[in-house]
Design a protein around this ligand. Structure first.
Ligand SMILES: NC(=O)N[C@@H](CC(=O)O)C(=O)O
Ligand SMILES: [Zn+2]
Ligand SMILES: [Zn+2]
Length: 463
């Protein structure tokens, strides 16, 4: 049984000092931009955007690499608010290098990493280690999320100030819920003195003991113990009340239930400082995927029903849910090739955001502008990070997408060390071709490589 995978070579290392996109559809909600333009990047900085910006002399310049953007999309690179990169402690599932490579391939320039590592990231030392390791690796920027409580045990508060100084952008006990109302209240008060958001994994553990999937007709039929929606709703409702009395910034991780959506909508209507995220899998899959007992469909919170999916889509479209986050949760075959009851919950997601979610844009459930916003500006606001944009003068952090490319999700091409996703082997449409982070190319696929080595000149069609 293979638990690790051989490393794959990076596709493109260098960053051209003059990178030119011609005739590309640029979509940037921060600038209300959705237009076919040329984009010029010099020494990692966006210097020109507009029709005809790639003048003859720019395109013919000796150092220019010109990419024909016809039929392609150019968007700001993404920020993932919720990923598990497993380093330190479970590097056989993922490590910072493989996780950031997966992020780059998915179009991300920034990744916030959850603290449920071994040991838990509840100290300055571990936060510093993660940041230092990511700098060594290069690629997308890593932003640690510190634990709320020591060891994520739900009792004493961790030293949030220390972790913030070392680079932590938020706190969370993700994987576990902070169940004590008293601890949650103190956590909100304490975090607000450092202006850090508190991210909750909303699960009333008393209602989910032994739960394997969503509680409903299908769990009854399969004979699996269920996690009822109300276990999520109770915590979100309580926390909203605590956020109101403390005035702290509260963020709900991986919202999955229609009840939680209703509570969030009401809270936002009353002006309470709450934000929320939803994952690509909760937007696209239901508990029917669990029929057949495939352990890759086991995830926390569980895949729910069509009514929940509909409510989540609507909430994302109208802004009740702010952010799309992957909850990238790699597990090896050791944790997944077993009985359903024994399997660890979680799915990988960093590399699948674009092909999975462009489907929602094509079906009309979500506008392209809102999709990009939920992956850039909205998560940026939660952690106080200026999100990537396509504005002139910005360091280039962007992502080139072929929205029409149809392909099968091939396990051999994933950069993640793990393979736990129900989308494996599925045919999807839409592929990330190139990602720039921090002004540098961090991912380029074969199409871009082929184009960039082809002779320059007024380009023929992308093929
Ligand atoms: N989502 C999951 O099912 N699993 C996550 C933890 C979590 O996000 O709660 C993991 O760390 O594996
Ligand atoms: Zn969680
Ligand atoms: Zn998580």
């Amino acid at each position: 049984m293979a638990v690790s995978h051989p490393p794959r070579p990076h596709l493109l290392h260098g960053t051209p000092s003059l990178l030119v996109f011609t005739g590309v559809r640029a979509v940037d909600p921060a600038q209300r931009l959705d237009e076919v333009v040329d984009v010029v990047i010099e020494d990692g900085v966006i210097t020109r955007v507009g029709r005809g910006a790639a003048t003859e002399d720019v395109r013919q310049a000796e150092r220019a690499q010109v990419l024909n953007g016809q039929g392609m999309l150019l968007v700001p690179a993404f920020i993932d608010l919720h990923a598990h990169l497993r380093e330190p402690g479970q590097e056989y599932k993922e490590d910072i290098a493989s996780g950031l490579a997966a992020a780059a391939a998915g179009g991300f320039a920034h990744v916030c990493v959850m603290p449920n590592t071994r040991p838990v990231n509840d100290t300055r030392a571990i936060t510093e280690m993660m940041v230092a390791r990511a700098r060594e690796v290069g690629g997308p920027a890593l932003h640690p999320i510190g634990a709320i409580t020591v060891g994520q045990k739900g009792k004493e508060l961790a030293e949030m100030a220390d972790m913030k100084e070392a680079g932590a952008v938020a706190v969370s006990d993700d994987g576990h819920c902070v169940t004590s109302s008293a601890v949650m209240r103190r956590a909100l008060e304490y975090a607000s003195t450092f202006d850090m958001p508190v991210i909750q994994h909303a699960e009333d553990h008393a209602l989910t003991e032994g739960a394997q999937m969503h509680e409903g007709a299908i769990s009854t039929r399969l004979g699996l113990r269920g996690w009822p929606r109300v276990a999520e709703d109770i915590i979100v409702a309580r926390d909203v009340l605590l956020a109101e009395v403390t005035g702290a910034r509260y963020h709900v991780a991986h919202v999955s239930s229609l009840g939680a959506v209703r509570i969030l909508r009401e809270a936002k209507g009353r002006g309470i400082a709450v934000t929320a995220e939803v994952t690509p899998h909760h937007l696209t899959l239901t508990d029917e995927a669990v029929i057949g007992y495939d352990t890759v469909c086991k995830v926390n919170p569980p895949l729910r029903e069509q009514a929940d999916v509909d409510a989540l889509r609507e909430a994302l479209a109208d802004g009740t849910i702010d952010v799309i986050a992957t909850d990238h949760a790699p597990h090896s075959s050791l944790e997944k090739d077993c009985e359903f009851a024994e399997a660890s919950p979680g799915m990988i997601g960093l590399e699948l955001v674009v092909p999975v979610l462009l489907g929602l844009v094509r079906s009309g459930a979500l506008s392209l502008g809102r999709l990009v916003d939920a992956l850039t500006r909205a998560p940026g606001r939660v952690i106080g990070l200026g999100a990537p944009t396509l504005a002139v003068g910005q360091r280039a952090e962007l992502c080139l997408i072929d929205p029409e490319r149809r392909y099968r999700i091939d396990p051999a091409r994933l950069r993640s060390k793990s393979r736990n996703t129900p989308f494996l082997g599925r045919e999807l449409v839409g592929q990330v071709c190139l990602t720039l982070a921090g002004g540098r190319v961090v991912f380029a696929d074969s199409l871009v490589e082929a184009q960039s080595s082809a002779p320059r000149g007024p380009g023929g069609p992308v093929s």
